[in-house]
Design a protein. Structure first.
Length: 205
């Protein structure tokens, strides 16, 4: 989260004539994406306000009204309440505290290349089976191949044409199909992974 704060922090001085204070992060843990929301493809943006004091502490942490899931709001507030910045000296140009407003963005692997679908289409079941051996059955959903597939359904050009409810329904169908995909891939290692995806998802790839 350190880079995020430096890049997008919006600082508003509490004093009308006071000069700007450049906040330097000292301990700024990234909000933890709730696993259940991540796996189901729920994304969102949370706007958080906070007060930073000259000793580097934070207070008055609050979320602005929005349509983000309540658990994403809670994750944002939990993280920001733990934040600390490097202290600064208070003088005529540097106030004792400043108000900050910043966005928290919860996305899946949104940095996937636009042609990630081509990589998924080339993936063999043998590759999937080898990765599955490193996961307990109840953590197959966390495998890279399924993370990337959910991300593609969320962030690809094709997904922009899907209503949110339909996109989430496709991800739910993918998640439900994971045990079957693993079993079939174990039995057919030379086949392509995409051959065993639900038809509606396969068509989007």
């Amino acid at each position: 989260m350190r880079w995020f704060v430096l890049a997008v922090l919006c600082v508003i001085s509490s004093g009308v004539s006071a000069g700007p204070v450049i906040l330097i992060p000292a301990d700024n843990p990234k909000p933890k994406y709730p696993r259940a929301l991540y796996l189901t493809g729920i994304t969102g943006d949370v706007r958080v306000g906070l007060t930073v004091s000259a000793d580097g502490s934070v207070s008055k942490v609050r979320a602005f009204p929005g349509d983000a899931h309540a658990e994403l709001v809670e994750a944002s507030l939990t993280a920001v309440n733990r934040w600390r910045f490097k202290p600064w000296d208070v003088n005529g140009d540097r106030p004792a505290e400043i108000e900050v407003v910043l966005p928290m963005s919860f996305r899946l692997d949104s940095n996937l290349p636009i042609d990630a679908n081509e990589e998924l289409k080339q993936l063999t079941c043998g590759d999937v089976s080898r990765e599955a051996r490193h996961f307990a059955d109840n953590f197959w959903l966390d495998m890279v191949v399924f993370r990337y597939t959910r991300s593609y359904l969320t962030h690809s050009i094709a997904s922009e044409q899907l209503p949110k409810a339909e996109r989430l329904a496709l991800i739910a169908k993918l998640n439900k199909s994971v045990p079957s995909i693993i079993r079939r891939c174990n039995s057919h290692p030379a086949s392509r992974y995409v051959h065993f995806l639900p038809e509606e998802i396969r068509e989007l790839l």
